[in-house]
Design a protein around this ligand. Structure first.
Ligand SMILES: O=P(O)(O)OC[C@H]1O[C@H](OP(=O)(O)OP(=O)(O)O)[C@H](O)[C@@H]1O
Ligand SMILES: Nc1nc2[nH]cnc2c(=O)[nH]1
Length: 186
């Protein structure tokens, strides 16, 4: 079923990516990730809170048996601009030395969060460290990052839904959409 922005009240401007498009893309990415990690032990690391939905759906689309861990970092607070200062709110429960690690993100915007994460997790000497993100904003990049698996490149607009929030709201929307300007004072 296609859900339109108008069904979700007046806060939303438009639906950018539907649940059906997300499901199809995650199946495509999962097949590539399965091929990459065939015969290997894979730890997928979800970056809280935004990656909860993509982590849950990607994990179920994978055939590769995985273990899962979570890291919580924040660089956005309640606003729509990255502060650039990354704080660890929750570290991994496991030692990743010698493990194949796949970071699962909902979005790469400025790239500052991921750049910091790659450096932080890379220093723990994993056997490999790669990234899968559902969304990326090429026009917003402040640092160049090599990302193996990207679901959708999107325009440089603040998006919500499918894990992504504005002031902690809208994470449970099943699609990715943009907000009407009045919501964030535009
Ligand atoms: O590329 P960047 O500009 O660094 O932005 C990307 C980061 O921003 C979001 O997290 P946020 O800090 O909003 O926390 P949240 O996942 O808990 O909402 C998102 O989940 C990424 O981790
Ligand atoms: N909700 C949300 N969080 C983000 N973090 C970085 N970019 C975004 C975005 O466009 N939307």
């Amino acid at each position: 079923m296609r859900v339109d922005a108008k069904d979700m009240g007046t806060d939303l401007k438009e639906v950018l990516i539907t649940k059906e498009e997300i499901d199809a893309k995650l199946a495509e990415l999962a097949a590539k990730i399965d091929a990459e990690y065939a015969g290997k032990d894979l730890l997928i690391v979800g970056v809280l809170k935004g990656a909860v939905m993509v982590m849950a759906d990607l994990a179920r689309a994978l055939s590769t048996p995985v273990t899962m861990d979570w890291m919580a970092v924040s660089s956005y607070g309640a606003g729509t601009q990255s502060s650039g200062v990354v704080r660890i709110l929750k570290d991994l429960d496991t030692d990743i030395k010698g493990k194949h690690v796949l970071i699962v993100e909902d979005i790469i915007d400025s790239g500052l969060t991921l750049s910091w994460l790659l450096s932080n997790l890379g220093s723990r000497e994993p056997a490999s460290l790669k990234v899968c993100t559902l969304l990326r904003k090429p026009e917003a990049a402040k640092v160049a990052i090599d990302v193996e698996w990207v679901g959708f490149d999107i325009p440089n607009e603040f998006v919500v839904g499918y894990g992504l929030d504005y002031a902690e709201k809208y994470r449970n929307l099943p699609f990715v959409g943009t907000l009407a300007p009045h919501v964030y004072g535009g």
